[in-house]
Design a protein around this ligand. Structure first.
Ligand SMILES: Cc1cc2nc3c(=O)[nH]c(=O)nc-3n(C[C@H](O)[C@H](O)[C@H](O)COP(=O)(O)OP(=O)(O)OC[C@H]3O[C@@H](n4cnc5c(N)ncnc54)[C@H](O)[C@@H]3O)c2cc1C
Length: 411
C-alpha cells in the first residue's frame, strides 16, 4: 500500500474512542463516526480492572483518569438477606490492586470515562450524526455509506458499533443477539445522604442472593452511589433492550433485603431497566480490511466486569499490530485476531461461570464457597489470571485456553 493506511472507526463508544486514540498515537490518520448527535454514555458506574487500566495509562491518560476515577482498595460481598460479610477481596494476600497488579482498579461514572477518552481525540476527527448504513469493499479499501447521505473511503475499517453491530451484519449477515436470561436495573443515588459505612470498608459492596445479586459502589469520591442489580429472568418482554424502570418494581424484586440494602434501595428515585443480550463466543471478528472490536466482536455478561476492559485491550493491541505491520495491514489484522480471540473467548466463559457462582445452586453452599475462597486466599474469586495479564507486553503473544479453563471457577 502506498503511504500510510487511513482508518475509519465506526462507533464512538468506549471501545471506539479508545481505538481511535491508540491508532492516532501510533501515527495513523483515523476518523471516528458515531450515529448519535452527541457522544454519550448511560448514567451508571463502570469498573475498569487493572490490566485494562494499563492500556489507558500506556495511551498517556493517567492524570485524567486519576482525576475522575475512584481507585478501589477492594470490595466486600455480603449476604443480601442478613448483611453478613462473606468475603473481602483485599484480604488473603490480595492487597490493593496497584500494589498487586501494578495499576489501579478504577470505578468511574461512565460519562466521566467517556469524556476523558473523547478529550484525547482530535475533535475534527469525530463525526457525529453519522449512522453507517452500508459498506462497499474493493481491493484498496472500504467505502462507508451513512444515513445522512455522506460517503467516506478508508483503507481499514474498525467496527466498534456495539452488540447490535451493523458492520458485523455486513460481514456475517443478520445474527440477532439473543436474550441471556438475565436482566438488570441501574440507578444512581446521592451518596452524601446515606451513612458512610453502608458500603463497608472499601466503599464497594456486592450483595449475593438467590437468583440475583447487586453491585453497589461509590463514584466521584463519595458523591454518588451506583447500584446495578442483576437477576435471572425467563424472558425479556420490553420492546427495546433498555427502558425506563420503576423504582417500586425494582425494590420489590429483592424481598427480605438486609436493612442496609433496603436503605439503599429505598433511596432510589429513578432507575433504568435492561435486558442482557449476548452471543456465543465466535471467531467471526472480521476479514480482509474490516475488523470488529469490543461488544461487536465479543459481547459478554457483565459478571466479570470485562466488556469495556476487553475493548480497551483490543484497542491497544490493534494499534500495536497495525503499527508493527505497516507494510501489510491485512496480515496485521489476522495477527491481532489470532492473539485476541482465545483470550476474549476465555473471558466470555469466565463471565458465564461467574454468573453461576453468584446466582445458581444451593444458597447455603454458595455462601460457604465465598467464605472458603477467603480462607484459601483466593479472594480475587478466579479473576487473577485476567488481572495479571500484561497487555503492553503480551499483545502479540498467543495463549491457548482449554475450553474448561477458568481457574477458581465453581465446578
Ligand atoms: C449492566 C452492565 C454493567 C457493565 N459493567 C461493566 C464493567 O463494570 N466493566 C466493564 O469493563 N464492562 C462492563 N460492561 C460492559 C460494557 O459496558 C460494554 O462492554 C462496553 O460499553 C462496550 O463498548 P463498545 O464501545 O464495544 O460498544 P458500545 O458502548 O455499545 O458503543 C457502540 C457505539 O457505536 C454507536 N453505533 C452503533 N451502531 C452504529 C452505526 N451503524 N453507525 C455509527 N455508530 C454506531 C453507538 O451509538 C455507540 O456509541 C457492563 C455492561 C452492562 C450491560
Amino acid at each position: 500500500m502506498a503511504g500510510q493506511p487511513t482508518i475509519a472507526v465506526i462507533g464512538g463508544g468506549l471501545g471506539g474512542l479508545a481505538t481511535t486514540i491508540a491508532l492516532a498515537r501510533a501515527g495513523f490518520t483515523v476518523d471516528v463516526f458515531e450515529r448519535a448527535p452527541q457522544l454519550g454514555e448511560v448514567g451508571a458506574g463502570i469498573n475498569i480492572s487493572p490490566q485494562a487500566t494499563k492500556t489507558l495509562l500506556a495511551l498517556g491518560l493517567g492524570a485524567e483518569l486519576a482525576a475522575v476515577g475512584n481507585a478501589m482498595s477492594g470490595q466486600i460481598q455480603r449476604s443480601m438477606y442478613t448483611g453478613e460479610q462473606l468475603v473481602d477481596t483485599a484480604l488473603g494476600g490480595q492487597g490493593r490492586s496497584a500494589d498487586r497488579y501494578g495499576a489501579p482498579y478504577y470505578v468511574f461514572h461512565r460519562a466521566d470515562l467517556l469524556t476523558v477518552l473523547a478529550g484525547a481525540v482530535d475533535s475534527a476527527r469525530i463525526h457525529l450524526d453519522h449512522h453507517c448504513t452500508g459498506l462497499v469493499e474493493d481491493p484498496g479499501g472500504v467505502t462507508l455509506e451513512f444515513a445522512n447521505g455522506r460517503r467516506h473511503k478508508a483503507n481499514i475499517v474498525v467496527g466498534a458499533d456495539g452488540i447490535h453491530s451493523q458492520i458485523r451484519q455486513h460481514l456475517y449477515g443478520a445474527d440477532e443477539a439473543r436474550f441471556t436470561g438475565q436482566m438488570v436495573w441501574r440507578a444512581l443515588v446521592d451518596g452524601k445522604t446515606l451513612p458512610p459505612d453502608l458500603l463497608g470498608p472499601h466503599g464497594f459492596c456486592g450483595w449475593i442472593g438467590k437468583g440475583s445479586h447487586l453491585m453497589t459502589y461509590y463514584l466521584r469520591g463519595t458523591d454518588v452511589i451506583n447500584i446495578t442489580t442483576q437477576s435471572d429472568a425467563d424472558s425479556w418482554v420490553e420492546e427495546g433492550w433498555s427502558s425506563k424502570g420503576d423504582p417500586g418494581e425494582m425494590r420489590a424484586r429483592f424481598p427480605g433485603a438486609a436493612p442496609q440494602l433496603q436503605q439503599l434501595l429505598d433511596a432510589v428515585t429513578d432507575c433504568s431497566k435492561w435486558g442482557l443480550f449476548g452471543r456465543e463466543p465466535s471467531d467471526d471478528w472480521g476479514r480482509g480490511r474490516i475488523q470488529l472490536i469490543g461488544d461487536a466482536a465479543h459481547p459478554m455478561l457483565p459478571n466479570a466486569g470485562q466488556g469495556a476492559a476487553q475493548a480497551f485491550e483490543d484497542a491497544y493491541a490493534l494499534a500495536r499490530w497495525l503499527d508493527t505491520r505497516r507494510d501489510d495491514p491485512e496480515a496485521a489484522l489476522a495477527g491481532f485476531r489470532e492473539v485476541r480471540i482465545p483470550r476474549a473467548h476465555a473471558i466470555q466463559r469466565q463471565s458465564h461461570l461467574n454468573s453461576k457462582l453468584v446466582h445458581a445452586g444451593d444458597w447455603e453452599q454458595r455462601q460457604e464457597t465465598f467464605k472458603q475462597r477467603e480462607r484459601q486466599g483466593d479472594t480475587a474469586l478466579g479473576m487473577n489470571w485476567i488481572y495479571a495479564y500484561e497487555p503492553t507486553q503480551e499483545w502479540n503473544q498467543r495463549r491457548e485456553y482449554p475450553l474448561s479453563f477458568a481457574p477458581g471457577a465453581p465446578s
